[in-house]
Structures are given as structure tokens and as C-alpha cells.
Design a protein around this ligand. Structure first.
Ligand code: SF4
Length: 683
């Protein structure tokens, strides 16, 4: 049919990290249609079923429209004055009892840059702690750590537009056809145009059927696989010796390590046939312009940061980063603003622009801009916040837009932490599982109701504009932070989102040339962008890497096994991930038409395992791990390998994250969602 409306608002999609430009049609203050912009910077007239159709949640009768406070054990509606007073009193009491570090905030990769900037400023300036983290901790924190260690900056190395010219696409631990459909389609186009396609994923994901070779490593064995590929590159002379000599460091150590990773041994560890490994290494190694894209299948592991670094080794060995002879290493970000939330310093160890809080010069610069000293000690990461709450050290926790009781691993421990914390505040769209544990619930605006910017997966800043107002008493997170600071008697400055980004640009030179005005004129600008007359660097490291010595750093970390292994009691490995119609915990996509497209979660399992455990296609199945139990519907097919099962995390009611373990990346604490030993059976 024909989309109609009285007004059109151009904005950026609030679901995945592709960052599609959308034109939102509204009539009488309600969204009537969402259309992909033909001149969208990334999407060029395309959008997926989430961005286009999943907006029914805006007017859901379950939407929170007024603050709630807990009285006599029950959450009851109230006005903003009482709600903010309760929060302010609780924060003051926490600081009196335990000092500023008794307070923490979890900011949101779903909030705008400006909101993230303001939240971290509130914690550092109004409270005086670095206890601020964001949900990238649970997905791409190993990308930030790994890419920074290898190359110097915490973002993908290249522009997706350039990577379209790649003649070899290495897609690892990602299912972009479902999770990032617009990028998935462009990668597929690349393969159909003639680029070779190497897919690395335990499952037969959408791109795999078009791949020249599909490597299916056992979950948790990525590092061995990447070292095996690197071994072949070295053994067959498929490396760039000039680049390695002039622009990289660490080759002798890596060469020594790789001697232990010949294809036959790697085949034993990973289950990938040695011949396929060699074919994949040759496709990547002999390409003129290879590009790597990867997802959470690389990061969400006990050794996720090692995985990012071992994958980056391939681009360095090949001289395919910072040279124009290839398109580097590029994380496919799951959440719309997971890059931006981290860029804005909503992290416990860095300020906006990634200056370390332990660096005196960085703190001095922040003091100049903010007018107050910045705490020096790095703050708590999200899992550490829960531990501190259970121990009684954390006395107030503000959770913005994250349903930690549904989405964090080993959820029973998360709920215990919240119940032990004297003040839990949730800023939410709906009464989430987490909000049910809160003392104060604040109703906030969604991405279609607010003003600001997001940063997409290849570092493009783009504008977010309100198409409709928030319902009833709901406010933007930006307004809530300001209001709470006001009750505490603190003026955070930067009254508008545009002011906040301008202040951030003054503080962090990598964003120095980015402003709302400029984005309104130009549409998208990538960082680093040090000045208003500079275009922004879509491709990084042309002159030097951003590491202290200016070189790319090879990593010689050995393969170490995952935190859990299947055994006789728990013989299968569960991998979790995304499906095409839904987004994360599904709080928005399940409230609207997308639910009819994908109405319930299923457990994918192989026909051999279905037969072994007496399960039929479509029948209920119980899944048990060492940590918990979930109930799903069995879907028998060939997408998963024997010995593995897969389900999404879009339906928290099925209890999937009660199954996942507390194992986490040894560098960043990112949970190991991708390897959980389970058993299955009929209920
Ligand atoms: Fe684009 Fe991702 Fe939004 Fe889909 S969910 S429309 S691919 S930004």
C-alpha cells in the first residue's frame, strides 16, 4: 500500500549497528510508516524488517508512562518530583555509607551519544566515581580491547563502502543475513559479483551456502583456528614482508608460536578439516584486497580478546590494513550505538575519546573542560558491579535501558545482586524483569522520540531526530540526567544534546570536527575527525598506527580452551545468537507485528541429536545447564552441527540466560555466551 503521513522525519535506525537512515512518516503524532532513505549513507534505499516495521511498541499499552516507586514492597505510580527525590536521597545515603564508589551506573548502547556523554559526566562530576559501564561489556568489549592493542583505536579499521571492493570476504562468527540484514545483503552482493567468500561459523548461517569454503569450528576454538590460518599464510609465503618489517611488530614471537599450529593439529582442536583450512588461508592470502568482518561469535568467549587479536594477526601478516591493499578488520556491532556509548566514555577506565582515567594529562584536560577533578581509580565493570552489590560494597545502581535480569549471564545471580542493593533505579520503556527488582522506575523515551546522534559499526556519526513525542510523562534520558543532577544541586552544563556533543568535541580531539550542524548538512561523518574542515577518516592508519610506537602489533597468545566443555552429564554445546525478526531481549520487536513473523523461541538441534534424545520437530524441549533450566520448542534441521544446539536470546520468558555461565573474557569480562554445556530432554 501507499505510505501516508503529515510529516516526515529523517533519523537513524535504533536497532542494529548498521545505522540505516530512515524516513519516518507520522500523522497526528503517531508513526504511520518507516521508509528506508534512498540516499542513506549506509543503506542506500534498503532496510530490514526490524527498522521498517518494529515500531508498534511505541503505543503499546504496556509502555511505562509515569514513574514508579516501591512502597511496602510494591511498585506504585507517582510523579517525577517524588521519584527523583527518592533517587537523590538514595544516592546521598549510598555516598555517606560507602563513598562515591558505592554508586554505579550502567549506561546504554541504545541511548544516544549525548545521553551517554551526560551519564558518564554525571557519574564522574556529580557523584565522583568512575563506576560507569555500558552494555558493550557484554558484546564487543573484546573488540575495543583487541583492536586497540593491535592497531591503536577502538573501532573497525575500514569503511564498509570501501570494503565493497574487496575480492575476498572473510566473515567470522556472524550471521549478518539475519542480524545485520542490510550489511548481509551487501556482503552477498560482493560474493555474487565475484569476491571469494570464506565463512567461519559453527552453524550453517545464511551466507554459508554462498561461501567458497565454510569452516565450522567447535565453539570456543577460534583462536586455534585463526592461528592455523596464520600458520598457512606464513608457511606458504602469503605474507607482506615489507609491511611486516616497516609497520608491524611481534613477528618473531608469533612465528615461534605458530609452529605449534600446523593444519593437522588445528583440525584436531577445531574439527575443521585441514584441507578446508588451507583452502581458506589461500583464498585470503592470495586476494589482492581482502576484508575481514566478524561478530559476537569472536568476542563472547573466555578468550574473546585473544580471538580479536588472533584474527587481526591475519590482516597484519597480509599487509591488508592501513595500506589500501585490503580492508582490515571490522566488527559488526549488534546494538545501534554500542560504538558510540563506548566512544562517549561510558566505560569505567576511559573518558570520552578513550583517554585513560589513569593518565594525568587526560584527567587534567577533563578538569579544564568540566571544572572539577576526575577520579583516578578505574571503576567497576558490569559483572563486578553485581559482585559488589552482593558483597554490600555497592549501595546504589542506576540501570539505563538494559534488562540485566534477562540478558546477562547466569541471571539468578544478577537478581540476587539487585535484591541486595539498597537502591536500584531503572530507566525503561517497559516493566522489564530488571525493573521488577527496582526501587524506582523511570519512564523514558525510545529512539523514535529523541534528539541526538548514534555512531554506527564503521564509526559514522549520524543524526537521531524525534519523529513523535514520548508518551505522557516519559522523558528522554538526557532530560532525566539533567533533572536528577538538578535535584542534587549540580549543574552539568550542556543544556541541549547539541551542546553536549560540542563539549565532547572540545574534550576529545578525535571528535573535534563533529557537530549537530555539520551532521545536519552532511548526513554522516566518521571519526576520527579532528576539525570542522576535515572530512573524517573512513579508513584508519594510512600513515601510522595509533599504537604508542606507531606500529601494528601481532599477538602471540596461545589457544586456551573455553570455560566449559561438554561431558557425560551435559553432552551438548549451546550457542546463543540473533534471529531475523527480533532484536536483543525483544522488548520492542515482540510488541508489534514482528511477533507474528517469529512468534516463539526454538532450539535448533541436529537430526542425529533429536533421535538420540527422543525429541521431535515442534515438540517442547527442556534444556538444562550447570546453572539453570529453560524450556523451548525443538526445531530439527541441518543448520547446527551434531553435538551443538542453538537458540536466540529474544524471548527472556524461556529463561535462556539462566543457562549461560559466569565465565567471561579474561581481559574485558565479556561473558562467554557462545559456549555452554547443556543436556536436552522432553519435559
Ligand atoms: Fe538497518 Fe539494522 Fe535497522 Fe535493519 S536493524 S533497518 S539493518 S540498522
Amino acid at each position: 500500500g501507499t505510505a501516508t503521513g503529515d510529516a516526515l522525519t529523517r533519523t537513524t535506525c535504533g536497532y542494529c549497528g548498521v545505522g540505516c537512515t530512515l524516513d519516518v512518516l507520522t500523522s497526528a503524532g503517531a508513526v504511520t510508516a518507516v521508509l528506508p532513505a534512498r540516499d542513506g549513507s549506509v543503506n542506500r534505499g534498503h532496510a530490514c524488517v526490524k527498522g521498517r516495521f518494529a515500531h508498534g511498541y511505541l503505543t503499546s499499552p504496556e509502555r511505562l508512562t509515569q514513574p514508579l516507586v516501591r512502597r511496602d514492597g510494591r511498585l506504585e505510580p507517582t510523579g517525577w518530583d517524588e521519584a527523583l527525590d527518592r533517587v537523590a536521597d538514595g544516592l546521598r545515603a549510598a555516598v555517606v555509607a560507602g563513598g562515591p564508589d558505592a554508586v554505579a551506573a550502567i549506561s546504554s548502547a541504545r541511548a544516544t551519544n549525548e545521553e551517554n556523554y551526560l551519564v558518564q559526566k554525571f557519574m564522574r562530576v556529580a557523584i565522583g566515581t568512575n563506576n560507569v559501564d555500558n552494555c558493550s561489556r557484554l558484546c564487543h568489549s573484546p573488540s575495543a580491547a583487541g583492536l586497540t592493542a593491535s592497531f591503536g583505536l577502538s573501532g573497525g579499521t575500514d569503511s564498509f563502502d570501501d570494503a565493497e571492493r574487496a575480492d575476498c570476504l572473510l566473515v567470522v562468527g556472524a550471521n549478518p543475513v539475519e542480524a545485520h540484514p542490510v550489511v548481509g545483503a551487501r556482503l552477498l552482493q560482493g560474493a555474487l559479483r565475484g569476491a571469494s567468500l570464506v565463512v567461519v561459523d559453527p552453524r550453517a548461517v545464511g551466507l554459508a551456502e554462498h561461501a567458497d569454503v565454510h569452516l565450522r569450528p567447535r565453539p570456543g576454538t577460534n583462536v586455534a583456528l585463526f592461528h592455523g590460518l596464520a600458520h598457512v599464510l606464513l608457511a606458504e609465503g602469503l605474507t607482506d614482508s615489507d609491511f611486516l618489517r616497516e609497520r608491524a611488530t611481534g613477528l618473531p614471537e608469533l612465528t615461534e608460536l605458530l609452529a605449534d599450529y600446523p593444519p593437522d593439529r588445528v583440525a584436531d582442536i577445531t574439527g575443521v578439516p585441514a584441507a578446508d583450512l588451507i583452502t581458506a588461508a589461500r583464498l585470503y592470502g592470495r586476494a589482492e584486497l581482502p576484508a575481514i568482518f566478524y561478530g559476537l561469535g569472536v568476542t563472547e568467549h573466555l578468550h574473546g580478546t585473544d580471538g580479536v587479536r588472533a584474527l587481526s594477526n591475519l590482516a597484519i601478516l597480509r599487509g591488508a590494513v592501513g595500506t589500501g591493499r585490503g580492508f582490515g578488520v571490522n566488527p559488526l556491532r549488534g546494538q545501534n550505538n554500542v560504538q558510540g556509548a563506548s566512544d562517549m566514555g561510558a566505560l569505567p577506565d576511559v573518558l570520552p575519546g578513550y583517554g585513560k582515567v589513569t593518565d594525568a594529562a587526560v584527567r587534567a584536560r577533563a578538569r579544564e573542560v568540566w571544572g572539577v577533578p576526575v577520579p583516578q581509580r578505574p571503576g567497576l565493570r558490569i559483572p563486578e558491579m553485581f559482585t559488589a552489590a552482593r558483597d554490600g560494597r555497592l549501595r546504589a545502581l542506576w540501570i539505563i535501558g538494559e534488562d540485566v535480569c534477562a540478558t546477562d549471564p547466569d541471571t539468578s545471580q544478577v537478581a540476587r545482586a539487585l535484591d541486595a542493593c539498597p537502591l536500584v533505579v531503572c530507566s525503561e520503556l517497559f516493566l522489564s524483569q530488571t525493573a521488577r527488582h527496582a526501587d524506582v522506575v523511570l519512564p523514558v523515551a525510545s529512539w523514535l522520540e529523541k534528539d541526538g546522534t548514534f555512531v554506527n559499526f564503521d564509526r559514522r556519526f549520524q543524526r537521531v531526530r524525534p519523529a513523535v513525542p514520548p508518551p505522557d510523562q516519559a522523558r528522554t534520558d538526557f532530560a532525566v540526567v539533567h533533572a536528577l543532577a538538578g535535584v542534587l544541586g549540580v549543574d552539568l552544563g550542556c543544556p541541549t544534546p547539541a551542546d553536549a556533543l560540542a563539549e565532547c568535541a572540545r574534550l576529545a580531539p578525535v571528535f573535534g570536527g563533529i557537530s549537530h550542524d555539520r551532521l545536519d548538512r552532511e548526513g554522516a561523518v566518521p571519526w576520527p575527525c579532528p576539525g570542522p574542515d576535515r572530512p573524517g577518516e573512513a579508513t584508519l592508519y594510512r600513515e601510522r598506527f595509533a599504537t604508542p610506537d606507531g606500529r601494528a602489533h601481532l599477538s602471540a597468545a596461545p589457544y586456551l580452551p573455553p570455560g566449559e566443555q561438554p561431558d557425560a552429564a551435559y553432552p551438548l554445546v549451546l550457542v546463543t545468537g540473533r534471529r531475523w525478526a527480533h532484536y536483543n531481549s525483544g522488548s520492542m520487536t515482540r510488541r508489534g507485528g514482528n511477533l507474528s513473523l517469529d512468534p516463539a523461541d526454538v532450539l535448533d538441534l541436529h537430526a542425529d541429536d533429536a533421535a538420540r534424545y527422543g525429541l521431535r520437530d515442534g515438540a517442547p524441549v527442556t534444556v538444562e545447564s550447570r546453572h539453570g533450566r529453560a524450556r523451548l520448542i525443538a526445531r530439527v534441521g541441518e543448520q547446527v552441527a551434531p553435538g551443538q544446539v542453538f537458540c536466540s536470546f529474544h524471548f527472556p520468558a524461556s529463561g535462556v540466560n539462566s543457562l549461560t555461565s559466569g565465565h567471561a573474557d579474561t581481559v574485558t569480562s565479556c561473558p562467554e555466551y557462545k559456549v555452554t554445556a547443556v543436556r536436552v530432554g522432553a519435559p
